[in-house]
Design a protein around this ligand. Structure first.
Ligand code: SF4
Length: 281
């Protein structure tokens, strides 16, 4: 009944079926019409017909027992690899797993493993419980959508969980971009720029920089040169570069050559030099 059908849908049909057909013998002796009537509404009627045929074979050929052999089981109507594996695991505690989408997903997420053969995949004293648990785990915890990783006991060694946590933590520290205006005092004929170590930006402290501040619209006395992006440590900066030719500079600024740098110049400032150099070409 559960082939292609949800447990919730099956429950009332199963209850009424086992009430009217309580065992294998009763099933084998029922006529097909009765079985199909009990199945009415559940769909996939070939399942009901196969179940009925199988019950007759089991009673006749196997003394009302379900065979404990994979090949023999597969000869029965309606029983394929999956059902044969599940029956052998659940009834005979054989080390087999019913390989459905849920179980495949669990292995893939846990170990990045695509399994095709389920025989002897694990051997425990409780193969039946393991087979059952894997199916339930895939259906209830490690669901196709939104798996319940936080409640999952296996998360410590789950590869999927590790990669998802990495992605999430990367998302958490997603760096915000901030805009700054950079104002360069330049000496017209000397290829020089005014720099200061006294910026109050909160970063690049004590480095030689032009005047720099958070972006605003009030830069009318400055000429706009370009906009570019730069990253420093955990900051992404969106930079607007302005300039002005002047022979005077504010106090605490000094002139630096754009081509010959005797003092250490951070790479952040060197990029500014590069942009400014175009003005002198
Ligand atoms: S941690 Fe998440 S993805 Fe990994 S097995 Fe558990 S529920 Fe599935």
């Amino acid at each position: 009944m559960l082939q292609q059908t949800k447990v919730k849908t099956v429950i009332p049909y199963f209850k009424s079926f086992v009430h009217k057909v309580p065992n294998l013998k009763a099933l084998s002796k029922s006529n097909e019409k009765k079985i199909l009537k009990l199945w009415e509404g559940l769909g996939y009627y070939s399942r009901a017909r196969n179940l009925h045929k199988t019950s007759k074979i089991l009673v006749k050929k196997y003394k009302s027992q379900i065979p404990d052999n994979f090949e023999k089981l597969k000869e029965l109507p309606g029983i394929g690899d999956y059902t044969a594996n599940v029956l052998l695991a659940l009834i005979y505690n054989q080390p087999r797993v019913g390989l459905d989408g849920n179980v495949k997903r669990v292995f893939f997420r846990l170990f990045n493993l695509e399994i095709t053969n389920t025989t002897n995949l694990f051997k425990t004293k409780r193969n039946a419980d393991l087979a059952e648990a894997l199916m339930e785990f895939g259906a209830i915890i490690c669901k196709p959508k939104d798996p319940l990783c936080n409640k999952c006991k296996l998360k410590k060694f789950c590869l999927y969980y590790a990669s998802e946590s990495k992605i999430k933590s990367n998302k958490k520290i997603k760096i915000q971009s901030k805009s700054y205006d950079i104002f360069c005092y330049l000496k017209k004929n000397k290829k020089q720029i005014a720099l200061t170590k006294n910026n109050d930006l909160g970063f690049l402290k004590k480095f030689n920089l032009p005047k720099m501040k958070a972006s605003s619209q009030k830069n009318k006395s400055w000429k706009f040169l370009c906009n570019y992006k730069n990253s420093i440590s955990n900051k992404k900066l969106n930079l607007n570069l302005y300039y002005k030719f002047s022979s005077k500079i504010p106090s605490k600024y000094s002139w630096y050559s754009l081509s010959k740098n005797r003092e250490f110049i951070p790479s952040f400032t060197k990029r500014i030099f590069k942009q400014i150099s175009f003005l002198y070409q």
